[in-house]
Design a binder for this molecule. Structure first.
Ligand SMILES: Nc1nc2c(ncn2[C@@H]2O[C@H](COP(=O)(O)OP(=O)(O)OP(=O)(O)O)[C@@H](O)[C@H]2O)c(=O)[nH]1
Ligand SMILES: [Zn+2]
Length: 238
């Protein structure tokens, strides 16, 4: 290891610019490869790991146009930095972590567990792909671990929720993607995901039904059996 580091230092010193460019190139190839390989990649589709100047510029230009469309003076002091702020906020929202599903579920614990595990009330927020307005609520997750009794860390279920929530979504698709990711990642025998959410596109505009909430569910593996599903519903909702 020490020798390798010394070697890198030597190379950098001697051929610094070339090494630098090769390192960048390799990193870029790795990024492209990771994004292609993992349809499960955490990157929101269309966004690269670090928003480049071009992407930033596009969003900023779009926000400026929206402001103009709203009849605003984009040169007034209060709005000067707004396009940049919105671009950064959107980017932050759409890209919370670089972890792939494989990395999230890398570790498992041999708990000899052959019963249902339930995690309730995992708060999430997402953006409705129809109106680009937030929808937010809680996810409830139940899974029956793999036949060999391995379980995943509880926080990983919340990480998966965040990963898929931080992109443009409809609630049904989000629910399904979370369930499938847990099923694949933990080799579970069954997964049940239920999400309750408020859609601001429905509560604050349009039909303006402030109190309305939407419940979606996805049922995989053994839980598609009615008895098992009822068991899981009892555990989750009493
Ligand atoms: N199924 C589903 N529909 C959603 C979700 N988020 C928003 N919508 C709905 O998407 C629909 C878009 O309908 P459109 O008629 O194309 O758009 P709109 O004219 O803005 O519709 P209104 O909201 O009824 O004013 C609306 O009915 C929204 O309530 C979601 O997560 N799942
Ligand atoms: Zn909407």
């Amino acid at each position: 290891m020490v020798r390798a580091l010394a070697w890198v230092t030597f190379l950098k010193r001697k051929y610094c610019p070339t090494v630098y460019h090769i390192t960048c190139l390799l990193k870029r190839i790795e990024d492209i490869h990771m994004n292609k390989k993992c349809s499960n990649s955490v990157y929101a589709p269309g966004l690269s790991a670090d928003m480049d100047e071009q992407q930033l510029q596009k969003i900023q230009d779009g926000v400026r146009l929206i402001l103009e469309g709203l009849g605003e003076d984009t040169a007034r002091s209060g709005l000067l930095d707004t396009p940049t702020r919105v671009a950064r906020a959107l980017h932050e929202f759409m890209q919370p972590t670089r972890l792939t599903n494989q990395t999230i579920f890398e570790k498992s614990f041999n708990a000899q567990c052959n019963d249902i595990v339930v995690v309730k009330n995992i708060a999430f927020s997402s953006l409705c792909e129809h109106h680009l307005l937030p929808f937010y609520g809680v996810a409830h997750i139940a899974y029956l671990p793999s036949a060999d009794g391995h379980v995943c860390g509880l926080s990983k279920l919340a990480r998966i929720v965040d990963k898929y929530a931080h992109r443009l979504q409809i609630q049904e698709g989000l629910t399904q993607q979370i369930a499938e990711a847990i099923m694949d990642g933990t080799h579970a025998q069954g997964v049940y995901v239920c999400m309750d959410a408020t859609h601001t596109c429905m509560s604050l505009r349009g039909v303006c039904k402030r109190e309305s909430t939407t419940r979606t569910q996805s049922t995989l593996g053994v839980f598609t059996n009615m008895d098992k599903k009822q068991e899981v519903m009892r555990l989750l909702f009493g």
